[in-house]
Design a protein around this ligand. Sequence first.
Ligand SMILES: [Cu+2]
Length: 181
Amino acid sequence: MSNFSPAARALMLGGTRPRDFGQHLGLAVFVLILLLACIPGAIAHEFKVGDLEIGHPWSRATPPGAKVAGGYFTVTNKGSAPDRLLSISSDISEKAELHEMGVKDGVMTMRPVTGGLEIPAGGKAELKPGGYHLMFVGLKRQPKQGEKFSATLTFEKAGAVTVDFAVEGMGETGMDMDHAD
Ligand SMILES: [Cu+2]
């Protein structure tokens, strides 16, 4: 053993370099997780009303002159009875509707949902691009990336709650389309 250089010995013993690298990588990941945990507002924001949790409401910046903007979030129902999203209102638009998007005869369409959206007991409803979503119709101004605007969601059982929609970039999903109303 004493005939080998320290480097060679280290290599034979399994090497310290790869292990050091692994430790540093682990530390870097740990620090990154800490950093993300310290700025929850940038990652997710959440609102509660009754048994419902509304996760990360977000919208998208719109081009000048746009008349509508989408709204997306998840609703988790921690209760033992189903609830229902009945109506939405916001100062940013004349009115706000609940819409459903789907493909019919190969054409992407969206239509207002009547009767509200059910949030099953112990389950969740997801409003996202390409599926159920809110539509802020008759925009009074264009939502700008990086800002937040508030909207009030009214549920059948849990009642009303005002949440902040975080405005993200314009091309956030690549699913921009004309509104068919
Ligand atoms: Cu729509």
